[in-house]
Design a protein. Structure first.
Length: 173
């Protein structure tokens, strides 16, 4: 029996908090959005493994500061400016088979503040190995209209909200 099987049967999602997190819609000069093929640490049950950069907010850290830190850690990019952010924090719940397993087993899902950022660098500035813990195996610039179909199903609702609110910023500079 898998080591995490016992946790799944005893963890009640309603008793777990949401993990504070930021997400970044990085937009290049052509109006395309950065997406990375995430290295899977937990089997989500979906073959879809692409997403925009995102990560946790540290205790006492401002969301915009976390967004720049996460962008640098996950993509190597430090050449970007914030051009928009979601009005509210957006939430998603993990599917039942991932509660107690994903997100170190400590959270029911994530509450995310999303930022649209204009990439001011060159493609050569992108380095997926910039941090010791590599998050993505490959990356691509994609039209904003294609993002939702690349995303694991349980995150699609948040992506639809992000695209509705920040998607209009994904246009050529």
């Amino acid at each position: 029996m898998p080591k995490h099987a016992d946790k799944r049967t005893t963890v009640n999602a309603d008793e777990l908090p949401y993990r504070p997190c930021v997400g970044i819609m990085l937009i290049n000069a052509q109006g395309l959005v950065w997406a990375g093929n995430r290295i899977q640490e937990v089997d989500t049950g979906s073959p879809l493994t692409w997403q925009m950069p995102q990560g946790g907010v540290d205790e006492g850290e401002a969301a915009d500061v976390a967004a720049f830190r996460e962008l640098k850690e996950e993509t190597g990019v430090d050449k970007a400016v914030i051009i928009g952010e979601t009005r509210d924090w957006l939430t998603y719940d993990l599917p039942p088979h991932l509660v107690g397993v994903a997100l170190k087993g400590k959270f029911r899902g994530q509450k995310q503040k999303w930022f649209a950022m204009r990439f001011t660098g060159e493609d050569e500035d992108i380095d997926l190995t910039a941090d010791a813990h590599q998050e993505f195996s490959e990356w691509a610039w994609v039209p904003v209209s294609e993002l939702v179909e690349l995303i694991v199903p349980f995150k699609r609702g948040v992506y639809e909200q992000v695209i509705a609110e920040l998607g209009p910023l994904a246009k050529p500079a």
